[in-house]
Design a protein around this ligand. Structure first.
Ligand SMILES: [Zn+2]
Length: 210
């Protein structure tokens, strides 16, 4: 993969960024996060990271030697692959959790730029022993666990008030928190060298040069 100097610098920044810094970037990109003050944003990011790491620890204890696909199978959760266009609006899809009925869907054409450019030492640096497929199955496993446990979903634990009329508050959840947690979950479950959010940048670059 050939990177322009500025790109390479930004990319290295992404890889080196702590999960907290990356989490904060992800949170600040959420349309509703701006309504939380800075201290609440930091607390929300640490909560999301801790939740992902704890959920990964629980699953690892239940399935000490299984990869994500095998864990999905043990949980009775089908993993399907689609050839659908990964691009929807400005969103590039790698995988999706669909709750009814519960299953994980992988976008073959979404993952292929990663598989194409991440080879050799570059792959080891970003993925460790894991493959992109492992990482996105692990990410979606978190969404499955979250939607099937009794706890309040992480996205709804911090609910900014959108507007207020008298005693009536219209509140919203913050979807980015579930994504931060799912990334931390995948990183912990697979012992990845960096938060998988860094892979977005790889794809952005791979698509831009092809
Ligand atoms: Zn997700």
């Amino acid at each position: 993969m050939a990177l322009a100097a500025a790109d390479a610098e930004r990319f290295t920044e992404f890889e080196r960024a702590s999960p907290e810094a990356l989490g904060l970037l992800m949170l600040q990109a959420d349309p509703h996060a701006g309504r939380l003050d800075r201290a609440t944003q930091l607390a929300a990011v640490s909560d999301a990271l801790a939740d992902g790491i704890a959920a990964a620890g629980n699953l690892r204890a239940r399935f000490p030697a299984s990869g994500p696909e095998q864990i999905a199978r043990e949980l009775g959760l089908p993993v399907e692959t689609t050839d659908d266009d990964p691009m929807v609006g400005s969103i590039w899809r790698f995988a999706e959790y669909r709750p009814r009925p519960p299953r994980i869907v992988l976008y073959r054409r979404g993952l292929s730029p990663l598989e194409r450019v991440l080879t050799g030492s570059r792959a080891v640096q970003l993925l460790g022993e894991a493959t992109p497929r492992d990482i996105f199955i692990a990410h979606e496993l978190y969404h499955h666990i979250e939607s099937t446990r009794p706890d309040v979903p992480i996205a709804r634990r911090y609910q900014p008030t959108l507007f207020r009329i008298g005693n009536w508050h219209w509140r919203t959840g913050i979807a980015a928190l579930a994504e931060i947690a799912a990334g931390a979950f995948a990183q912990a479950l697979l012992e990845l060298p960096c938060h998988p959010k860094a892979l977005d940048f790889v794809v952005l670059h791979a698509i831009a040069v092809t």
